[in-house]
Design a protein around this ligand. Structure first.
Ligand SMILES: [Zn+2]
Length: 225
């Protein structure tokens, strides 16, 4: 009696060697329930949905393991987790909808383009929710109220959070405590922030969406930000 690996079809005389045997596709199968494995599969699924390739047939984990795209989606999922992407699902959609070639998916410059797109196009509510969620995480790991972010944060960390899109300009330019933060920043940090989110562009946007801007301002004032 032989024991056959269902993934590579190799035969083994002993159950023990069959059980301990490892091959690429078995490794893929074992990896399916990790956060990376799940995200890779979700992205691949989404790729089928958006490109209309689903052919009425539901794609399965087994299909994915056999796919020539497995490596690319797996690497992309790893990248999304490592950079702790803003809205991971939206990043996946962005890459697929814009027909970005596979070899560019993990480039830093692509992520920057994506974040810029998110920040410019999201609604004021989305911006507010997303920013406050991030601030709440920051508050928890620093054991401080989130409303004190601009008063307490190290200016390097604050500048990065702004330029990586964690803090929307909706919040940045409508929070009263930002004055304190910008005063603590070096001229280089202020110019990085200016380049990322030019104040004149955003004040025009607030003027064109006066009700939203008033809402954000009053919400932040109430929260003491
Ligand atoms: Zn095998």
């Amino acid at each position: 009696m032989t024991f056959v690996c269902e993934f590579c079809k190799r035969g083994f005389a002993r159950e023990n060697t069959w059980y301990n045997h490892s091959c690429e596709k078995k490794r893929r199968w074992m990896n399916r329930d990790t956060s990376q494995g799940r995200l890779a599969f979700q992205s691949w699924n989404r790729f089928h949905e958006l490109s209309g390739m689903r052919n009425h047939k539901k794609v399965t984990q087994e299909d994915f393991i056999q796919s020539t795209f497995y490596g690319a989606f797996s690497k992309f999922a790893q990248h999304i987790i490592e950079i702790d992407s803003v809205n991971p699902r939206a990043f996946i959609d962005y890459v697929i909808r814009n027909n970005i070639p596979v070899d560019r998916w993990c480039q830093e410059s692509l992520y920057q383009l994506y974040v810029r797109d998110v920040v410019l196009n999201e609604s004021c509510e989305q911006a507010l929710t997303r920013t406050i969620e991030w601030l709440a995480e920051w508050a928890q790991s620093n054991n401080m109220p989130w409303s004190e972010f601009f008063l307490q944060v190290n200016t390097n960390v604050g500048t990065m959070a702004i330029c990586n899109g964690r803090i929307s300009p909706w919040v940045l330019y409508n929070a009263q405590t930002v004055v304190d933060f910008l005063q603590r920043c070096t001229p280089e940090q202020v110019s990085m922030i200016q380049n990322w989110a030019p104040a004149h562009v955003w004040s025009m946007k607030f003027k064109n969406n006066q009700q939203d801007a008033d809402f954000v301002k009053s919400m932040l004032t109430q929260a003491g930000v």
